[in-house]
Design a protein around this ligand. Sequence first.
Ligand SMILES: *Cc1c(COP(=O)(O)O)cnc(C)c1O
Length: 418
Amino acid sequence: MSHTLWYPYAQMKQLEINHEVRRAEGVYLHLASGERLIDAVSSWWCVIHGYNHPELNQAAQAQLEQVAHVMLGGLKNAPAQQLADKLVEITPPSLQHVFFSDSGSVGVEVALKMAVQFWQNQGQSSKQKILSLRKAYHGDTTGCMSVSDCDEGMHHLFNGILPQQYFAPAPYGGYEANDADIAAQLDHIEQLMQQHQSQLAAMIVEPLLQGAGGLQLYSPRLLDGLRALCDQYQLLLIFDEVATGFGRTGRLFACNHCQIEPDIMVLAKGLTAGYIGHAATLANSRVFDAFYSDNPSKAFMHGPTFMGNPLACAIALKSIEIFERDDYLSKIANIEARLQDALLPLQHPFIKQVRVLGAAAVIEVHNSEALQGVQAFAAQRGVWLRPFENYLYTMPPYIINAYQLQQITDCMVGWFQS
Ligand SMILES: *Cc1c(COP(=O)(O)O)cnc(C)c1O
Protein backbone atom coordinates (compact mmCIF):
# COMPACT_ATOMS: atom_id res chain seq x y z
CA MET A 1 0.00 0.00 0.00
CA SER A 2 1.30 3.44 -0.85
CA HIS A 3 1.81 5.82 2.04
CA THR A 4 0.98 9.13 0.44
CA LEU A 5 -2.21 9.13 2.50
CA TRP A 6 -1.65 9.11 6.26
CA TYR A 7 -4.60 7.49 8.05
CA PRO A 8 -6.13 8.46 11.41
CA TYR A 9 -5.45 6.62 14.68
CA ALA A 10 -3.27 4.06 12.94
CA GLN A 11 0.24 2.68 13.02
CA MET A 12 0.89 3.06 9.30
CA LYS A 13 3.39 0.19 9.23
CA GLN A 14 0.71 -2.26 10.32
CA LEU A 15 -2.23 -0.68 8.60
CA GLU A 16 -4.33 -2.83 6.31
CA ILE A 17 -7.31 -1.26 4.65
CA ASN A 18 -9.48 -3.83 2.97
CA HIS A 19 -12.43 -1.86 1.78
CA GLU A 20 -12.66 0.95 -0.73
CA VAL A 21 -15.93 2.84 -0.75
CA ARG A 22 -17.03 3.78 -4.25
CA ARG A 23 -20.52 4.92 -3.52
CA ALA A 24 -22.87 5.00 -0.57
CA GLU A 25 -26.62 5.10 -0.31
CA GLY A 26 -28.99 4.80 2.64
CA VAL A 27 -27.23 2.68 5.27
CA TYR A 28 -25.05 0.94 2.68
CA LEU A 29 -21.41 1.49 1.77
CA HIS A 30 -20.90 0.11 -1.75
CA LEU A 31 -17.38 -1.22 -2.14
CA ALA A 32 -15.02 -1.42 -5.08
CA SER A 33 -15.21 -5.22 -4.68
CA GLY A 34 -18.90 -5.10 -5.58
CA GLU A 35 -19.98 -5.98 -2.03
CA ARG A 36 -21.91 -3.70 0.25
CA LEU A 37 -21.68 -3.15 4.00
CA ILE A 38 -24.25 -1.69 6.38
CA ASP A 39 -22.55 1.21 8.15
CA ALA A 40 -23.24 0.38 11.81
CA VAL A 41 -21.28 3.40 13.07
CA SER A 42 -22.65 6.19 10.82
CA SER A 43 -19.14 7.23 9.74
CA TRP A 44 -18.01 8.19 13.23
CA TRP A 45 -21.56 8.92 14.35
CA CYS A 46 -22.46 11.75 11.99
CA VAL A 47 -24.40 10.29 9.03
CA ILE A 48 -27.76 10.45 10.79
CA HIS A 49 -29.96 10.35 7.64
CA GLY A 50 -27.84 7.77 5.80
CA TYR A 51 -25.84 8.45 2.65
CA ASN A 52 -26.81 10.11 -0.58
CA HIS A 53 -30.05 11.49 0.80
CA PRO A 54 -32.02 13.03 -2.08
CA GLU A 55 -33.26 16.04 -0.11
CA LEU A 56 -29.88 16.81 1.43
CA ASN A 57 -28.26 16.44 -1.98
CA GLN A 58 -30.83 18.82 -3.42
CA ALA A 59 -30.27 21.37 -0.64
CA ALA A 60 -26.52 21.22 -1.23
CA GLN A 61 -26.89 21.58 -5.00
CA ALA A 62 -29.27 24.51 -4.72
CA GLN A 63 -26.92 26.30 -2.32
CA LEU A 64 -23.89 25.52 -4.53
CA GLU A 65 -25.52 27.41 -7.35
CA GLN A 66 -25.99 30.45 -5.11
CA VAL A 67 -22.77 30.65 -3.13
CA ALA A 68 -20.67 27.76 -1.77
CA HIS A 69 -18.60 29.81 0.61
CA VAL A 70 -18.23 33.37 1.70
CA MET A 71 -16.44 34.77 4.73
CA LEU A 72 -18.57 35.59 7.77
CA GLY A 73 -16.22 38.43 8.68
CA GLY A 74 -18.21 41.56 7.88
CA LEU A 75 -20.69 39.83 5.53
CA LYS A 76 -24.09 38.29 6.15
CA ASN A 77 -25.46 35.16 4.52
CA ALA A 78 -28.99 33.83 4.90
CA PRO A 79 -28.24 30.14 5.60
CA ALA A 80 -25.93 31.06 8.52
CA GLN A 81 -28.50 33.43 10.03
CA GLN A 82 -31.34 30.96 9.52
CA LEU A 83 -29.37 28.12 11.07
CA ALA A 84 -28.45 30.26 14.09
CA ASP A 85 -32.15 31.12 14.53
CA LYS A 86 -33.17 27.47 14.16
CA LEU A 87 -30.58 26.24 16.68
CA VAL A 88 -31.73 28.84 19.19
CA GLU A 89 -35.31 27.63 18.63
CA ILE A 90 -34.63 23.90 19.15
CA THR A 91 -32.04 24.00 21.96
CA PRO A 92 -32.91 24.85 25.60
CA PRO A 93 -34.53 28.31 25.87
CA SER A 94 -31.63 30.02 27.65
CA LEU A 95 -29.20 29.31 24.79
CA GLN A 96 -29.66 32.37 22.59
CA HIS A 97 -26.39 32.98 20.74
CA VAL A 98 -24.57 30.80 18.20
CA PHE A 99 -20.89 30.88 17.23
CA PHE A 100 -20.05 28.69 14.23
CA SER A 101 -16.81 26.86 13.49
CA ASP A 102 -15.65 24.04 11.27
CA SER A 103 -15.34 20.93 13.47
CA GLY A 104 -16.28 19.55 16.84
CA SER A 105 -12.79 20.07 18.23
CA VAL A 106 -12.76 23.71 17.22
CA GLY A 107 -16.28 24.12 18.61
CA VAL A 108 -14.94 22.86 21.96
CA GLU A 109 -11.89 25.17 21.76
CA VAL A 110 -14.31 28.05 21.21
CA ALA A 111 -16.30 26.99 24.28
CA LEU A 112 -13.16 26.84 26.45
CA LYS A 113 -11.90 30.22 25.28
CA MET A 114 -15.32 31.73 25.81
CA ALA A 115 -15.42 30.41 29.37
CA VAL A 116 -11.99 31.79 30.27
CA GLN A 117 -12.61 35.19 28.69
CA PHE A 118 -16.05 35.36 30.31
CA TRP A 119 -14.32 35.65 33.68
CA GLN A 120 -11.45 37.74 32.32
CA ASN A 121 -13.92 40.32 31.00
CA GLN A 122 -15.30 40.64 34.52
CA GLY A 123 -11.89 41.15 36.09
CA GLN A 124 -11.54 37.57 37.35
CA SER A 125 -8.41 36.66 35.47
CA SER A 126 -7.34 33.85 37.82
CA LYS A 127 -10.25 31.69 36.64
CA GLN A 128 -8.51 29.93 33.73
CA LYS A 129 -8.71 26.23 34.50
CA ILE A 130 -11.31 23.72 33.41
CA LEU A 131 -12.78 20.88 35.42
CA SER A 132 -13.43 17.75 33.38
CA LEU A 133 -14.27 14.10 34.00
CA ARG A 134 -12.17 10.98 33.71
CA LYS A 135 -13.01 9.01 30.55
CA ALA A 136 -13.97 12.26 28.81
CA TYR A 137 -13.20 12.87 25.17
CA HIS A 138 -13.55 16.36 23.74
CA GLY A 139 -11.46 16.31 20.57
CA ASP A 140 -7.90 16.12 19.30
CA THR A 141 -6.62 19.70 19.27
CA THR A 142 -4.42 20.95 22.09
CA GLY A 143 -7.06 22.60 24.26
CA CYS A 144 -9.41 19.67 23.72
CA MET A 145 -6.70 17.16 24.61
CA SER A 146 -6.11 18.99 27.88
CA VAL A 147 -9.71 18.29 28.99
CA SER A 148 -9.79 14.74 27.59
CA ASP A 149 -8.76 11.61 29.46
CA CYS A 150 -7.69 8.85 27.19
CA ASP A 151 -5.71 6.35 29.26
CA GLU A 152 -5.20 4.13 26.29
CA GLY A 153 -2.46 6.39 25.07
CA MET A 154 -3.91 8.96 22.71
CA HIS A 155 -2.80 12.06 24.55
CA HIS A 156 -0.28 11.30 27.32
CA LEU A 157 2.69 12.00 25.02
CA PHE A 158 1.70 15.63 25.00
CA ASN A 159 1.30 16.08 28.73
CA GLY A 160 4.28 18.42 28.78
CA ILE A 161 2.73 21.00 26.48
CA LEU A 162 -0.90 20.73 27.49
CA PRO A 163 -2.45 23.14 29.96
CA GLN A 164 -2.94 21.25 33.23
CA GLN A 165 -6.61 20.94 34.07
CA TYR A 166 -8.55 19.29 36.90
CA PHE A 167 -10.33 15.97 36.59
CA ALA A 168 -13.10 14.44 38.67
CA PRO A 169 -13.58 10.66 38.67
CA ALA A 170 -15.54 9.13 35.80
CA PRO A 171 -19.26 9.03 36.53
CA TYR A 172 -20.67 5.61 37.41
CA GLY A 173 -23.94 3.93 38.21
CA GLY A 174 -25.42 4.24 34.73
CA TYR A 175 -28.50 6.11 33.57
CA GLU A 176 -30.51 4.73 36.52
CA ALA A 177 -27.88 5.46 39.18
CA ASN A 178 -29.19 5.39 42.75
CA ASP A 179 -29.29 8.38 45.11
CA ALA A 180 -26.32 7.24 47.16
CA ASP A 181 -24.07 6.89 44.11
CA ILE A 182 -25.10 10.26 42.75
CA ALA A 183 -24.58 11.93 46.11
CA ALA A 184 -21.10 10.40 46.44
CA GLN A 185 -20.09 11.59 42.98
CA LEU A 186 -21.40 15.10 43.57
CA ASP A 187 -19.62 15.17 46.89
CA HIS A 188 -16.30 14.39 45.24
CA ILE A 189 -16.83 17.02 42.57
CA GLU A 190 -17.85 19.58 45.18
CA GLN A 191 -14.58 19.03 47.03
CA LEU A 192 -12.63 19.75 43.86
CA MET A 193 -14.64 22.86 43.15
CA GLN A 194 -14.27 24.08 46.69
CA GLN A 195 -10.52 23.57 46.62
CA HIS A 196 -9.90 25.19 43.22
CA GLN A 197 -12.79 27.62 42.93
CA SER A 198 -10.55 30.64 42.45
CA GLN A 199 -8.91 29.01 39.42
CA LEU A 200 -11.85 27.25 37.80
CA ALA A 201 -13.59 28.91 34.86
CA ALA A 202 -15.86 26.06 33.84
CA MET A 203 -16.75 22.43 34.02
CA ILE A 204 -17.07 20.55 30.72
CA VAL A 205 -18.94 17.27 30.29
CA GLU A 206 -20.34 15.03 27.59
CA PRO A 207 -23.86 14.85 29.03
CA LEU A 208 -25.15 11.30 29.80
CA LEU A 209 -22.95 9.47 27.32
CA GLN A 210 -19.17 9.54 27.32
CA GLY A 211 -18.70 8.42 23.74
CA ALA A 212 -15.05 7.80 22.93
CA GLY A 213 -14.52 6.82 26.58
CA GLY A 214 -16.44 3.66 25.74
CA LEU A 215 -20.11 4.69 25.56
CA GLN A 216 -20.29 5.08 29.34
CA LEU A 217 -23.72 6.13 30.58
CA TYR A 218 -24.60 8.22 33.59
CA SER A 219 -27.61 9.76 35.23
CA PRO A 220 -29.35 12.98 34.16
CA ARG A 221 -29.71 13.69 37.88
CA LEU A 222 -25.93 13.94 38.13
CA LEU A 223 -26.13 16.74 35.58
CA ASP A 224 -28.85 18.48 37.60
CA GLY A 225 -26.49 18.29 40.58
CA LEU A 226 -23.56 19.65 38.58
CA ARG A 227 -25.62 22.67 37.57
CA ALA A 228 -26.27 23.53 41.22
CA LEU A 229 -22.59 23.07 42.13
CA CYS A 230 -21.43 25.21 39.20
CA ASP A 231 -23.75 27.98 40.36
CA GLN A 232 -22.61 27.67 43.95
CA TYR A 233 -18.88 27.73 43.12
CA GLN A 234 -19.08 30.12 40.17
CA LEU A 235 -18.15 27.89 37.25
CA LEU A 236 -19.74 27.95 33.84
CA LEU A 237 -21.21 24.62 32.77
CA ILE A 238 -20.31 23.44 29.25
CA PHE A 239 -22.12 20.55 27.56
CA ASP A 240 -20.18 18.95 24.74
CA GLU A 241 -23.06 17.51 22.72
CA VAL A 242 -20.92 16.87 19.64
CA ALA A 243 -21.75 13.15 19.86
CA THR A 244 -25.00 13.21 21.87
CA GLY A 245 -26.73 15.98 19.91
CA PHE A 246 -29.40 15.33 17.29
CA GLY A 247 -31.13 12.36 18.81
CA ARG A 248 -28.36 9.92 19.67
CA THR A 249 -29.50 9.48 23.29
CA GLY A 250 -33.20 9.29 22.44
CA ARG A 251 -34.03 12.97 22.93
CA LEU A 252 -33.11 15.72 20.51
CA PHE A 253 -30.28 16.73 22.84
CA ALA A 254 -28.95 14.87 25.86
CA CYS A 255 -29.72 17.92 28.00
CA ASN A 256 -33.41 17.31 27.26
CA HIS A 257 -33.18 14.35 29.68
CA CYS A 258 -32.52 16.70 32.59
CA GLN A 259 -34.15 19.65 34.29
CA ILE A 260 -31.31 22.10 33.82
CA GLU A 261 -29.56 23.98 31.02
CA PRO A 262 -25.85 24.49 30.40
CA ASP A 263 -24.28 27.93 29.91
CA ILE A 264 -22.51 26.79 26.75
CA MET A 265 -23.28 23.86 24.45
CA VAL A 266 -21.27 22.48 21.52
CA LEU A 267 -22.82 20.72 18.52
CA ALA A 268 -21.10 19.14 15.51
CA LYS A 269 -21.11 15.58 14.05
CA GLY A 270 -24.87 15.13 13.35
CA LEU A 271 -25.35 18.88 12.80
CA THR A 272 -24.51 18.59 9.10
CA ALA A 273 -25.60 14.94 8.75
CA GLY A 274 -22.13 13.83 7.67
CA TYR A 275 -22.05 15.90 4.49
CA ILE A 276 -19.46 18.48 5.45
CA GLY A 277 -17.78 19.49 8.69
CA HIS A 278 -19.34 22.23 10.81
CA ALA A 279 -19.90 23.02 14.48
CA ALA A 280 -21.95 25.38 16.60
CA THR A 281 -21.07 26.69 20.05
CA LEU A 282 -24.19 28.07 21.72
CA ALA A 283 -24.11 30.41 24.70
CA ASN A 284 -26.72 31.89 27.02
CA SER A 285 -27.16 35.63 27.45
CA ARG A 286 -25.19 35.71 30.66
CA VAL A 287 -22.13 34.54 28.71
CA PHE A 288 -22.84 36.69 25.66
CA ASP A 289 -23.44 39.81 27.73
CA ALA A 290 -20.00 39.55 29.33
CA PHE A 291 -18.53 40.19 25.87
CA TYR A 292 -21.10 42.78 24.74
CA SER A 293 -19.57 46.14 25.49
CA ASP A 294 -18.37 49.49 24.18
CA ASN A 295 -14.90 48.20 24.93
CA PRO A 296 -13.36 46.49 21.85
CA SER A 297 -10.96 44.48 24.01
CA LYS A 298 -13.91 42.58 25.48
CA ALA A 299 -14.81 41.12 22.06
CA PHE A 300 -14.43 37.43 21.34
CA MET A 301 -11.42 37.28 19.03
CA HIS A 302 -11.95 34.06 17.15
CA GLY A 303 -13.00 33.33 13.57
CA PRO A 304 -12.32 30.14 11.66
CA THR A 305 -12.09 30.68 7.89
CA PHE A 306 -15.07 28.46 7.16
CA MET A 307 -17.37 29.54 9.99
CA GLY A 308 -20.96 30.01 8.86
CA ASN A 309 -20.16 28.36 5.51
CA PRO A 310 -23.42 28.67 3.54
CA LEU A 311 -23.18 25.18 2.07
CA ALA A 312 -22.79 23.56 5.50
CA CYS A 313 -25.53 25.73 6.99
CA ALA A 314 -27.99 24.96 4.15
CA ILE A 315 -27.40 21.22 4.63
CA ALA A 316 -27.82 21.53 8.42
CA LEU A 317 -31.11 23.40 7.98
CA LYS A 318 -32.47 20.71 5.67
CA SER A 319 -31.25 17.98 8.03
CA ILE A 320 -33.11 19.52 10.98
CA GLU A 321 -36.22 20.02 8.83
CA ILE A 322 -36.25 16.30 7.89
CA PHE A 323 -35.55 15.28 11.50
CA GLU A 324 -38.59 17.23 12.73
CA ARG A 325 -40.92 16.50 9.82
CA ASP A 326 -40.33 12.76 9.79
CA ASP A 327 -40.53 12.38 13.57
CA TYR A 328 -37.06 10.97 13.99
CA LEU A 329 -37.47 10.71 17.75
CA SER A 330 -39.96 7.90 17.21
CA LYS A 331 -37.59 6.19 14.76
CA ILE A 332 -34.90 6.43 17.44
CA ALA A 333 -37.27 5.02 20.08
CA ASN A 334 -37.83 2.01 17.81
CA ILE A 335 -34.11 1.56 17.32
CA GLU A 336 -33.60 1.73 21.08
CA ALA A 337 -36.27 -0.92 21.73
CA ARG A 338 -34.76 -3.26 19.13
CA LEU A 339 -31.22 -2.75 20.43
CA GLN A 340 -32.44 -3.49 23.95
CA ASP A 341 -34.28 -6.64 22.90
CA ALA A 342 -31.41 -7.98 20.85
CA LEU A 343 -28.42 -7.06 23.01
CA LEU A 344 -29.38 -6.70 26.68
CA PRO A 345 -30.05 -10.45 27.22
CA LEU A 346 -26.58 -11.31 25.92
CA GLN A 347 -24.35 -13.01 28.49
CA HIS A 348 -20.91 -14.46 28.01
CA PRO A 349 -17.83 -14.88 30.22
CA PHE A 350 -15.97 -12.36 28.03
CA ILE A 351 -18.65 -9.70 28.45
CA LYS A 352 -18.43 -7.15 31.23
CA GLN A 353 -21.57 -5.14 30.46
CA VAL A 354 -24.03 -4.32 27.68
CA ARG A 355 -25.39 -0.77 27.53
CA VAL A 356 -28.09 0.77 25.36
CA LEU A 357 -29.36 4.35 25.23
CA GLY A 358 -31.27 5.81 22.29
CA ALA A 359 -29.62 4.84 19.03
CA ALA A 360 -26.38 3.77 20.69
CA ALA A 361 -25.37 0.38 22.05
CA VAL A 362 -22.13 -1.10 23.29
CA ILE A 363 -20.91 -4.50 24.39
CA GLU A 364 -17.99 -3.97 26.76
CA VAL A 365 -15.66 -6.94 27.15
CA HIS A 366 -13.17 -7.60 29.96
CA ASN A 367 -10.24 -7.89 27.61
CA SER A 368 -9.75 -6.35 24.17
CA GLU A 369 -8.46 -9.69 22.85
CA ALA A 370 -12.05 -10.89 22.95
CA LEU A 371 -12.74 -8.53 20.03
CA GLN A 372 -9.80 -9.57 17.82
CA GLY A 373 -11.22 -10.44 14.42
CA VAL A 374 -14.73 -9.13 14.98
CA GLN A 375 -14.39 -6.47 12.28
CA ALA A 376 -13.62 -9.09 9.60
CA PHE A 377 -16.31 -11.40 11.00
CA ALA A 378 -18.89 -8.61 10.59
CA ALA A 379 -17.66 -7.57 7.14
CA GLN A 380 -18.12 -11.15 5.91
CA ARG A 381 -21.72 -10.79 7.04
CA GLY A 382 -22.23 -7.45 5.33
CA VAL A 383 -21.76 -5.11 8.29
CA TRP A 384 -19.19 -2.39 8.97
CA LEU A 385 -18.31 -2.38 12.67
CA ARG A 386 -15.29 -0.61 14.09
CA PRO A 387 -14.63 -1.67 17.66
CA PHE A 388 -12.05 0.15 19.77
CA GLU A 389 -10.28 -1.00 22.93
CA ASN A 390 -12.84 -3.10 24.87
CA TYR A 391 -15.89 -1.76 23.12
CA LEU A 392 -17.97 -3.29 20.35
CA TYR A 393 -20.63 -0.73 19.56
CA THR A 394 -23.18 0.47 17.08
CA MET A 395 -24.56 3.93 16.43
CA PRO A 396 -26.56 3.36 13.25
CA PRO A 397 -28.07 5.96 10.91
CA TYR A 398 -31.63 6.70 12.07
CA ILE A 399 -33.14 5.67 8.73
CA ILE A 400 -32.11 2.06 9.30
CA ASN A 401 -34.95 -0.48 8.96
CA ALA A 402 -35.71 -3.39 11.28
CA TYR A 403 -34.12 -5.96 8.99
CA GLN A 404 -30.89 -4.00 8.56
CA LEU A 405 -30.66 -3.32 12.28
CA GLN A 406 -31.09 -7.00 12.96
CA GLN A 407 -28.16 -7.75 10.67
CA ILE A 408 -26.03 -5.51 12.88
CA THR A 409 -27.20 -7.01 16.16
CA ASP A 410 -26.93 -10.55 14.73
CA CYS A 411 -23.25 -9.85 14.02
CA MET A 412 -22.64 -8.43 17.48
CA VAL A 413 -24.39 -11.35 19.19
CA GLY A 414 -23.13 -13.96 16.70
CA TRP A 415 -19.51 -13.06 17.40
CA PHE A 416 -19.88 -14.27 20.99
CA GLN A 417 -21.77 -17.39 19.99
CA SER A 418 -19.41 -18.47 17.20
C1 LIG B 1 -16.00 13.68 17.90
C2 LIG B 1 -16.05 14.48 19.12
C3 LIG B 1 -15.37 15.72 19.22
C4 LIG B 1 -14.48 16.23 18.12
O1 LIG B 1 -15.17 16.51 16.94
P1 LIG B 1 -14.35 16.62 15.56
O2 LIG B 1 -15.38 17.09 14.58
O3 LIG B 1 -13.84 15.24 15.28
O4 LIG B 1 -13.26 17.61 15.76
C5 LIG B 1 -15.54 16.46 20.37
N1 LIG B 1 -16.31 16.03 21.37
C6 LIG B 1 -16.98 14.86 21.32
C7 LIG B 1 -17.85 14.45 22.46
C8 LIG B 1 -16.86 14.04 20.19
O5 LIG B 1 -17.49 12.85 20.16
